[in-house]
Design a protein around this ligand. Structure first.
Ligand code: SF4
Ligand code: SF4
Length: 349
């Protein structure tokens, strides 16, 4: 990895160089019901819209690589039969500006399933290949537990990562493309004092984490506690709304719809993201539902994240961003659920 330092007021020059592409970044989205500012990823058309010092976004970047609804292919009836048209829906290189480490790690985890596994997903892969990723350092929020999940820093999966040193940015360069862009700015190699400042900033950030999850032997504990009453307690609270999966950067389950028009001339196949918390997620042909009760569905989501994925890839599918807990109308949070399964905490009914 190469490192460079450039003055903060040169960030706009980097933006301008990259603006021939689509740019997606964190931007202000109004206020919540308590008056707190909200941020989310969206297309940026003006540098002034880019809010690099955002605390967290409501959604992750997932909708840009796994859209909530996506037409996978269409069919037209021709004289010689049905003609199939496939479109991977990836048209233009896109710069993703200002991702926190947890969200880059989330993409790295999705890659394991959707590009590096037995059944690669060409729709995801096409969009992923079109990404130029610029990471940005974050300030831990009271609900973030990425440190517990080992996703508070990131070593790969980005082109450039920026750390704010006060009046300059410390840039970690991870691709030849990023090196070319940075070299066209006024920049230089960091001095020893800037190495020192970089390490101080990292330590100051570490000291701000207040939310933790004890992951020690978690997969074994989940095996042991599969029938624990505490799952029923959380199940009684859960509304089975699926919001947690919607905002989660690593939930990727989907359903497929096939539609034929009334004239029987055209047809389409559409994918829509799903949630294992929704009541019909495990319903199969004939109407049998393998997980008809909410506690079974909620438990399944936790076992996929913290048990099944660990067995397959030796890491959790949760990056500790805390979005699910922040969005849950029933106030169900990962730290509280895991603590309760470990026998800590109080009554959850
Ligand atoms: S855990 Fe919360 S967000 Fe998720 S399905 Fe249940 S009520 Fe909805
Ligand atoms: S399960 Fe919750 S905390 Fe973990 S990655 Fe998904 S949204 Fe973030």
């Amino acid at each position: 990895m190469l490192f460079r330092v450039f003055a903060k007021d040169h960030l706009i020059n980097l933006y301008d160089i990259l603006a021939v592409n689509h740019i997606v970044g964190p931007m202000s989205k109004g206020f919540d019901r308590h008056g707190a500012p909200l941020y989310d990823f969206d297309f940026i058309y003006d540098f002034a819209e880019l809010q690099l010092h955002y605390p967290a976004t409501i959604h992750s970047l997932k909708r840009f690589v796994l859209p909530p609804r996506e037409t996978l292919c269409t069919f037209d009836l021709q004289k010689d039969g049905w003609q199939k048209h496939v479109d991977y829906n990836a048209y233009k290189p896109t710069v993703y500006f200002g991702l926190h480490a947890c969200d880059i790690n989330a993409l790295n985890k999705l890659d394991k399933v959707l590009t590096g596994n037995v059944y690669p997903d060409p729709y995801y892969a096409a969009k992923r290949k079109n990404m130029f990723i610029i990471g940005a350092g974050c300030t831990p929020q009271p609900f973030c537990f990425c440190k517990s999940m080992g996703t508070d820093s990131v070593l790969h999966g980005f082109d450039l990562f920026l750390t704010d040193l006060g009046d300059s940015y410390f840039a970690e360069i991870h691709s030849a493309r990023a090196f070319a862009f940075i070299s066209s700015l006024e920049c230089r190699e960091p001095r020893q004092s800037e190495h020192q400042r970089f390490m101080e900033v990292a330590q100051e950030r570490m000291n701000l984490f207040t939310c933790h999850v004890d992951t020690t032997d978690l997969t074994k504990i989940l095996d042991l506690e599969f029938q624990a009453e505490v799952w029923r307690e959380w199940g009684r609270k859960c509304l089975s709304c699926g919001t947690c999966a919607n905002v989660c950067p690593t939930c990727y389950c989907y359903g497929i719809e096939e539609n034929v028009d009334l004239g029987l001339q055209h047809a389409s196949k559409t994918r829509h993201l799903y949630s294992c918390n929704l009541i019909d997620f495990a319903q199969v042909a004939g109407g049998h539902n393998f997980r008809p009760e909410s506690h079974d569905r909620l438990k399944y989501r936790y076992y996929h994240k913290h048990r099944g994925f660990v067995e397959a890839f030796e890491e959790s599918l949760c990056v500790g961003c805390g979005r699910c807990g922040q969005s849950c109308l029933a106030n169900i949070t990962v730290p509280e659920v895991i603590a309760s399964v470990r026998g800590e905490g109080g009554d959850h009914a």
